[in-house]
Design a protein around this ligand. Sequence first.
Ligand SMILES: CC(C)(COP(=O)(O)OP(=O)(O)OC[C@H]1O[C@@H](n2cnc3c(N)ncnc32)[C@H](O)[C@@H]1OP(=O)(O)O)[C@@H](O)C(=O)NCCC(=O)NCCS
Length: 247
Amino acid sequence: MSLDVDFRFQVPDAQAPGAFAVARDGLVPLSRPIVLVLDRRDPAVAAVLQAVVLPRPERDLLAGIHHAERRAELTARRAALRLAVGATLGLAPPLVPLGRGVAGEPEVTGFALHVSVSSRGHRLAVGLWNQPIGVDVEGPIAEAALPRAMMHEREIALVEAAAVADRPVTAALVWAAKEAAWKAAVMPVSRDPRGFAVGVEADGQVTVEDPGQPAAGGIALWLPEIDGAVAVVVAGVPAVAADGARV
Ligand SMILES: CC(C)(COP(=O)(O)OP(=O)(O)OC[C@H]1O[C@@H](n2cnc3c(N)ncnc32)[C@H](O)[C@@H]1OP(=O)(O)O)[C@@H](O)C(=O)NCCC(=O)NCCS
């Protein structure tokens, strides 16, 4: 039993009207979290992302990043976020009212819509939900790259319990779950990440043990489509489904 997520692998049409009738109070009537998963290596995806016009302040900020590939990744991440939110609300990407909270989390101003975005190389993921949501994407994580200093001992044990050949994928699932939990709870940079522990069950169910914090849970899956792990964590006790239905 895992969180029921509407995973979408196709780039949304920026010109299409929004699929949802947004109520006057800004509530977007989603029945389950939507997670858009994209691969920039796909020329069709790259073309749509490149066509997204970002607002001037974002373009200026990105222009200051010297490393070309990093600049391309962060530009695509911003574009994907605007595209996903715009397609949901029926707004052109440059008109999506995006702001930023105190911890650096993205906010959709004026709508009761929570969003989260992540990138790792060619992999992109954007989550949308009417409750706090955290999404993270990771490629395989080699033994030497495992961020042990930021992991709870139970998370390290989970990775080490996997067969050696499976560890890069297990590590990606566990670390993606950790970062998704971090984002869903909008934790400040000052927090010690060893103070909470995530678990990933065989069926992908993510558990979050965080003393004193509200309940949260989610799902972490290895997606061959992007050669990566995607984790989704939502606040509260997640609605679950027995299947991992995708559209
Ligand atoms: C938030 C954080 C975990 C993001 O992870 P990342 O692998 O660097 O980058 P991702 O692509 O997955 O996510 C980046 C996006 O997360 C969002 N974000 C940043 N800080 C956030 C926070 N505190 N809560 C929720 N979302 C946040 C932003 O939208 C950002 O994209 P943008 O800069 O284009 O707007 C990381 O930047 C951070 O805060 N690190 C410091 C603390 C830490 O290391 N904690 C351990 C994590 S368990």
